[in-house]
Structures are given as structure tokens and as C-alpha cells.
Write a protein that binds this ligand. Structure first.
Ligand SMILES: [Zn+2]
Length: 99
């Protein structure tokens, strides 16, 4: 795993955890903005998520991070997200990103 990125998958859930705050920014600011932009530009749903993620991850490739390392981190993150979704579902809360 690239230096420092362990933090992304092994963070705590405290109030001031910067990783949790980053997730909140994505859910509350980026996701609704992306959905609105896709909508007004006639793009398929999730276009920005995929293109944006691929583009951002591409900058990691450019900086020499190995593709399999990126895929490994991404896979761990998606596992986390899935676990989170399952948790929210079990508590009867809203699905991730619907806020
Ligand atoms: Zn956290």
C-alpha cells in the first residue's frame, strides 16, 4: 500500500477523524453536486463518479504508484463502504450519499 494510505482504511471513527470528515464531504457536497451536474448535462448516472475517480486515481499512476497497489486500496475502501451501507441499512438509516 502506498505510504500514508493505510490511514484511509485504518482510521478511527472519532469526531475529529480527518478521514471520516473527508467521507462526509464526499457524501454531503460532492455526490449531490455530481448528480446535479450529470442531470443537467444529460449524462448517465454515475458518469462523474467513475470518470472523476478514474481521473483522480490516474494522477496516482502518473506519480508512480503501482496500479495493483491502487486497486488494493480501492478494494479495501469499497469493502469499508459496503460495510457502512450494511450498517446504515440495519439501523434503518438513509443509504450513503442520500443526505
Ligand atoms: Zn475516521
Amino acid at each position: 500500500m502506498p505510504d500514508g494510505l493505510e490511514k484511509l482504511v485504518e482510521h478511527d471513527l472519532s469526531e475529529d477523524c480527518p478521514v471520516c470528515r473527508a467521507q462526509e464531504v464526499v457524501a454531503t457536497a460532492l455526490l449531490p453536486a455530481a448528480a446535479a451536474w450529470e442531470d443537467s448535462n444529460g449524462l448517465p448516472r454515475f458518469s462523474l463518479a467513475l470518470q472523476g475517480a478514474a481521473g483522480l486515481l490516474g494522477t496516482m499512476l502518473e506519480q508512480g504508484v503501482a496500479r495493483d497497489e491502487i486497486e488494493a486500496v480501492l478494494s479495501r475502501l469499497l469493502d469499508d463502504v459496503e460495510a457502512h451501507i450494511a450498517e446504515e441499512g440495519a439501523m434503518g438509516g438513509p443509504p450513503l450519499g442520500s443526505a
